[in-house]
Ligand binder design. Sequence first.
Ligand SMILES: CC(C)(COP(=O)(O)OP(=O)(O)OC[C@H]1O[C@@H](n2cnc3c(N)ncnc32)[C@H](O)[C@@H]1OP(=O)(O)O)[C@@H](O)C(=O)NCCC(=O)NCCS
Length: 411
Amino acid sequence: MAIEIRNGAEEDIAAAVNVISTAFLERPDIPRIVTAMREVWDPSRMWLAWDGPTACGTFRSWGTEITLPGLGRLPASAVSAVTVLPTHRRRGILTQMAAAEHRALRERGEAMALLYASEFGIYGRFGYGPATRSATWTVDLTRTRIPGPPEDGGTVELATPDPAVRDEVRRVYEEWHPSRVGQLRRRDFTWDLRLGLKEEPWGDTWKGWLALHRDGDGRIDGFARYKAQPSWEGHVPKTALEVQELVGLTEASEAALWAFLGSVDLVASLKAEGLSPSDRLPWRLANGRAAQLSDLGDGLWVRLFDVPRSLAARSYEREGSVVLDVVDEDAAGGRWRVALEAGPDGATCATTSRSADLTLSVAALGSVYLGAHDLRDVALRAQVDEHRDGALARAAGLFRTAREPWCATFF
Ligand SMILES: CC(C)(COP(=O)(O)OP(=O)(O)OC[C@H]1O[C@@H](n2cnc3c(N)ncnc32)[C@H](O)[C@@H]1OP(=O)(O)O)[C@@H](O)C(=O)NCCC(=O)NCCS
């Protein structure tokens, strides 16, 4: 029987959750998830694959906005819940669902799609490239202090989450994400889950601590969420404090929050997952070697759909121009031939009939789009052909940024 791809309706939520949890090898409380999902379910952004009466695939997205080099922002589609039942794998069902969502995305006018990949080999064929990196930092507090910021009247306090506190935390994040390259606008409902104000339908409800930083005028300008699992060895406290999220609007608030976390009694180490490998954390420590990096891997993946608009929306740290022939099966004629005039104050990018300096896949372009990677490295795996001597090095220099982009929002 042919597989049919359709948008989800409200009565399909339970079937969708069954496919998602089966593909991710989880056995959650499905009725609880169905109740929770009703509130956030956007049927027009949920695709289901049907084999007759049986749901066998899901593909979901939500609308966000990403901050680009130069602090421009573009609407993007955040893709998640990409699953196919083990009985239906490798029959092209994901390929069909991706095509349906990509068509809808272009109609909605979103410039790009974003995702986190469960496995590296899945998404390159659909034009996605790994565009940020993610890592775990561990700080051995037996070997270092974390000095605070210079005295400026700022204070750190613990807060019990309630709706008013949630709104303050959300306000801080909403001021922060437009000022950091690679960060995303989040959906309102996530704050209730992040702060334990609502039951987490997929797992344990959050039960950590929330630290708030106030500046000298008493305004909240930073927060940290953390938890811990107390442990002792030979009568010595060995607890690792898990830093789940730390956001500060100023350097002083970030420094004060790290210093606070590093000062909590009975704690032997801090562990922070999902940070940038080039986070400034080691530089905050009296002994930089007390910070160790692990679990280094790819973070956010980017798939550009509107290439001229996307390239014109970011800025570039150097002046330069390049003609790119971007191979993209979703573009008219399977390609975008664009002339990019780039610089620190902005860029223009328009389709052109001039001959190309470089031909590259849309996945390769996605990998360098936010500035994390050097196009010469990307060229080792993805398609990048140089037609003019020096064009690859020039383009690599244009796209790369001195500060590594990073995305704090996993979805
Ligand atoms: C990943 C998943 C959605 C793929 O679905 P699918 O319907 O089997 O994919 P398709 O049949 O459309 O595959 C298209 C191509 O991608 C390849 N592919 C699919 N999954 C792959 C994987 N995990 N690793 C490498 N290649 C993969 C297929 O081999 C196929 O290649 P081909 O065109 O050369 O034959 C499915 O296996 C799944 O649900 N996995 C578990 C959950 C998961 O990891 N989801 C992704 C979350 S980010």
